[in-house]
Design a protein around this ligand. Structure first.
Ligand code: PMP
Ligand code: GLN
Length: 384
């Protein structure tokens, strides 16, 4: 017996592989994207209290009412988006399950799912689980950053398109899709009657004054978009796995049809704590995001100092770097060697693509780390 053929191409996730290498070689782990400091103290206390006060059994299938209300209020406050907490919001086991629920619940076998390349690794595996076909549209270089090629995007839409997965701010490049790009995606979704599933887990981590604008706020999009976010990156709690989906009742019901048989429910005592954080800790998030911008600057400067070409990171936890000036053109090989050679772990961007050639050399580094950790990494990077 062995793994089914549709999942064989995916092996072990690149994050698990590189984190394991980091542990083996006691390397500074700038591979997997997780912060090394905790979220707001009052949120941690709220979770401890929830456990102490008996919130330890299955929460309701949709998620606890307080959290659904907080998620609804949060979107109203930030974007003017109006969702009914009883029929238009579903709490999930992280954004990962939200994405899986949406894709498995919406995509018929053989139908196409468009995604921007590089794409977050779970997208391809999830589309495979649904029996769908992925169709990738590459980001292209733009000055020291990246942008969408709108002509290629338009060409990807057709009669077999079922869903487009849109991730902005974007992992792994840290790109924020422009208003014009999002407007074009909205136009295409409407023309081809396609549902958008948006992965907005980095919605609060934008830099240099940039503002996040959800695709659901574009004319005609609210009722054809499943908007996904999660507490993980907003509140530094990647291990809690509390995510959510917002959208019109029939699309949320489709995601729920699949989600209820994935985990049924999850993260019981963390749900009230995340509700509390959404209601009271957004000032903490603003500070955290400002601190992250400074960390982006520190790590970008360290990479440049070590001899890498450094791409512009506009948001997220990540900065991409080009090691070719240092004489390396195979990012995957370099990532397998870095932990042992210099004691730093990164991930190869080629792990997030189908067409490897344009991305073969590139490395992704995570900067959501303490300043002393980034300083240590900076020293070690100079040994390259
Ligand atoms: N989408 C993107 C783009 C991510 O970077 C991540 C990792 N945080 C996820 C989804 C998964 O989120 P979660 O940990 O909430 O499942
Ligand atoms: N989202 C994180 C990243 O991109 C890691 C998530 C994971 O390990 N699956 O690094």
């Amino acid at each position: 017996m062995h793994t089914v053929s549709r999942l064989q191409p995916f092996g072990t996730t690149i994050f698990a592989e590189m984190s394991a290498l980091a542990v083996t070689h006691d390397a500074v782990n700038l591979g997997q994207g997780f912060p090394d400091t905790d979220g707001p103290a009052s949120m941690l206390t709220a979770a401890q209290e929830a456990i102490a006060h008996g919130h330890n059994q299955y929460p309701p299938g949709l998620g606890i009412p307080e959290l659904r209300a907080a998620v609804a209020r949060h979107q109203q406050d930030h974007y003017g988006l109006d969702y009914d907490p009883d029929t238009e919001i579903l709490i999930t086991v992280g954004a990962t399950e939200a994405i899986a629920g949406a894709i498995v619940g919406l995509v018929e076998p053989g139908r196409e799912v468009i995604m921007v390349e590089p794409y977050y690794d779970s997208y391809a595996a999830t589309v495979a689980m649904a029996g769908g076909v992925r169709r990738t549209v590459p980001l292209i270089p733009d000055d020291d950053g990246f942008r969408l090629d709108r002509t290629t995007m338009a060409a990807a839409f057709g009669p077999s398109t079922s869903v487009i997965l849109v991730n902005t701010p974007h992992n792994p490049t840290g790109t924020v899709l422009s208003d014009d790009d999002l407007a074009e995606i909205a136009r295409l979704c409407i023309e081809y009657d396609v549902v958008a599933v948006t992965d907005e887990v980095y919605e609060h981590l934008l830099f240099d004054g940039r503002k996040h604008r959800p695709l659901a706020t574009y004319p005609g999009m609210r009722d054809r978009t499943l908007r996904i976010s999660s507490a993980a990156k907003t509140f530094n709690c990647t291990g809690w796995k509390v995510g959510w989906i917002s959208g019109p009742p029939e699309l949320v019901a489709a995601a729920r049809a699949a989600k209820q048989f994935m985990s049924y429910v999850g993260s019981g005592p963390f749900q009230p704590a995340v509700a509390h954080a959404l209601n009271t800790e957004m000032a903490w998030v603003r500070e955290s995001s400002a601190a992250l911008q400074a960390k982006r600057d520190l790590l970008s400067a360290a990479l440049a100092d070590a001899g890498f070409g450094v791409h512009r990171s506009e948001a997220t936890y990540f900065v991409c770097a080009d090691p070719r000036p240092l004489g390396y053109d195979d990012g995957e090989k370099l990532c397998r060697m870095l932990p042992e050679r210099i004691g730093v772990a990164a991930v190869p961007v080629s792990a997030f693509v189908d067409d490897r050639e344009p991305w073969r050399h590139m490395l992704r580094f995570a900067f959501a780390k303490r300043d002393d950790v980034i300083a240590e990494a900076a020293q070690r990077l100079r040994r390259l």
